[in-house]
Write a protein that binds this ligand. Structure first.
Ligand code: FAQ
Length: 322
């Protein structure tokens, strides 16, 4: 894989890579890149792709129980968008020399991760609103910066994904607005969803900077443009006024506007709980992965049929012959 360079020898290749980064240009699949850069990109893009795919499950749980036909149609489209994001991201990852089948295998064996946030249950309809508002909201706060990430195919995938995520965030906020302006029971449901999703949404943006193993190197390579804590602060600053607009209580007694910093101060995140989820011990880890593996096995015949059809076409069979 390291041979696919457009520049001839070792040190020249490294300087060319460094020069591209310092000029703010993208690293493209044809360019030479350090082994560790390629490994980091595969890890991050794969984790992101897996998150989009597994992330269909919590909201998918409500498709059959959406409160109206319109809500159901919107939710089906939203969940389908997440599947599409997974596909763009797997394609971006494949440009690094790994196949989609290998990526799925690594996920199924627990050797690659997906986001902690998708290991929580969706107990009420308000959770669909909270996911759009908070989870898509947190995801987009991070992903807008990733549109400027150094690896070209990932950056370009992010541009399209962000447009769709922005719509998702608004549809979630609209569900929350409807509930917050509704009956006493609806307001209570919205508050309960905020109570359960607030802290996991803050934590999904990654461990605090002092516990983050990859941030320093990823900043140097332009993979990350900001640290986890910087992105988390921006998410809190954007979201607290939205909660106030809804008339909901953010479940953090330490939350206070800090005039000097020009930011909201917020309380301590339970990082032990976060790491437990990352290690596989969250409320739904087992269920989510088992469902994903089952879907992959159930879909084997579709992949086989697709391959058989492609092979037949390659051997010159007429287009419509089955
Ligand atoms: N969950 O050194 P760092 C979405 C791991 S998409 C699990 O800070 P990094 C859309 C990390 O892998 C959501 N593990 O890592 C949607 C590393 O472990 P490793 C996904 C986590 O990569 C909405 C270790 O901790 N978004 O929501 C998590 O520099 C609704 C040390 O961490 C992306 O993936 C976590 N939350 O920074 C879909 C965005 N955080 O691999 C459906 C792209 C960290 O060494 C429905 N990814 N870890 O064993 C990123 O921006 C980065 O990877 C971070 C983490 C910021 C997530």
């Amino acid at each position: 894989m390291e041979q696919s360079s457009t520049v001839p020898n070792g040190s020249a290749r490294e300087s060319h890579f460094a020069a591209l980064l310092s000029a703010g240009e993208k690293i493209e699949p044809r360019d030479w890149m350090p082994v560790a850069y390629r490994r980091t990109m595969i890890r991050q893009i794969a984790q992101h792709a897996h998150s989009e795919v597994i992330g269909q499950q919590p909201e998918g749980n409500w498709i059959t129980r959406a409160p109206s036909l319109a809500r159901k149609a919107i939710l089906v489209a939203k969940v389908q968008d997440e599947a599409g994001h997974g596909l763009y991201l797997y394609s971006a990852c494949e440009t690094l020399g790994i196949s989609r089948d290998e990526l799925n295998e690594l996920l199924h064996q627990g050797r690659q991760k997906y986001s902690s946030i998708f290991n929580y249950p969706t107990l009420s309809w308000a959770d669909v609103g909270a996911i759009g508002w908070l989870v898509d909201g947190a995801a987009i706060t991070n992903q807008v910066t990733l549109t400027r990430t150094s690896y070209g195919p990932y950056a370009r995938a992010m541009v399209r994904i962000c447009k769709e995520e922005s719509f998702h965030q608004r549809q979630g906020f609209e569900i929350m607005t409807t509930l917050a302006q509704g009956s006493e029971a609806q307001r209570a449901m919205a508050q309960d969803a905020l109570d359960r999703w607030w802290w996991p949404s803050l934590a999904m943006l990654g461990p605090p900077d002092e516990q983050s193993t990859h941030t320093d190197q990823s900043l140097q390579w332009g993979i990350k443009l900001e640290t986890n804590d910087e992105i988390r602060q921006r998410f809190v600053d954007q979201t607290v006024p939205q909660a106030h607009f809804l008339g909901l209580h953010v479940p953090d007694e330490a939350l206070a506007w800090n005039e000097g910093r020009g930011h909201w101060d917020f309380g301590d995140i339970d990082w032990d709980a976060f790491w437990e989820v990352v290690r596989g011990n969250g409320p739904c880890n087992h269920e989510r992965l088992a469902h994903k593996v089952q879907a992959w096995q159930d879909g084997a015949w579709v992949r086989e049929a697709g391959l058989a059809y492609a092979a037949k076409q390659a051997h010159g069979a007429p287009r419509n012959s089955a």
